[in-house]
Write a protein that binds this ligand. Structure first.
Ligand SMILES: Cc1cc2nc3c(=O)[nH]c(=O)nc-3n(C[C@H](O)[C@H](O)[C@H](O)COP(=O)(O)O)c2cc1C
Length: 189
């Protein structure tokens, strides 16, 4: 059998990274990831991806923490203690580079869905390029995406929906993942 292409190993070695080394990545690395993102397929050439890069020392981190605190207080219907607030500030401060990825809302549901599909492809490009560069990416659609004033923090004026927040850095450890054999999920006709 012909040897599989290098991309095949990168695809299989990519893991959703959650634990990172305390080591910054540089702007050239970040730009390489973003450049790979924009070569994703996109129907009608809508180029629907939008990226908001929050660096390690970005002043946006404080605002994101404040948004997280407000979200938690709303969910719990009570004020957080100073300790709980500090924990959130520390958590956001200590997270690696964050890339908030958004997808353009289209003039109808079909285009909005196509755009979201394209943005997910762009995120996968980032993840695969990062893996090839020895970096790791964690894709989250968790609480951080649900902060109510993100649009204001980032100055978003377009109609966008969030596709996820990517934590990007040097992986400290990755969990082992398995998959079902594709044969059990494939029908040949
Ligand atoms: C749309 C999407 C949203 C995700 N959101 C989260 C998330 O909020 N938190 C998380 O820990 N992982 C999230 N992940 C990562 C998946 O949990 C991860 O891909 C899955 O466990 C398989 O692991 P692997 O990517 O290392 O193969 C998300 C993945 C996708 C595609």
């Amino acid at each position: 059998m012909k040897k599989p292409p290098e991309i095949f190993n990168i695809i299989k070695n990519r893991r959703n990274t959650k634990i990172f080394e305390d080591k910054a990545i540089n702007n050239i690395q970040i730009e390489t990831l973003l450049e790979s993102a924009i070569w994703a397929p996109n129907h009608r050439n809508t180029e629907p991806w939008r990226f908001y890069v929050v660096g390690k020392n970005s002043p946006a981190r404080n605002k994101i923490s404040e948004g997280m605190i407000a979200l938690q207080e709303q969910n719990l219907e009570k004020k957080l203690s100073q300790d709980q607030e500090n924990k959130i500030y520390n958590q956001i401060d200590s997270s690696p580079l964050l890339i908030f990825v958004y997808s353009l809302i289209g003039i109808n549901d079909e285009i909005t869905e196509e755009n979201y599909g394209a943005v997910c492809c762009a995120i996968q490009n980032i993840q695969l390029t990062a893996t090839g560069m020895g970096l790791g990416v964690g894709w989250s659609t968790g609480k951080i995406c649900k902060i109510s004033n993100l649009n204001k923090i980032f100055g978003i004026t377009e109609q966008l929906k969030i596709a996820g927040v990517l934590s990007v850095g040097y992986p400290k450890s990755n969990s082992i993942k398995t998959r079902k054999n594709f044969k059990s999920l494939t029908t040949w006709l």
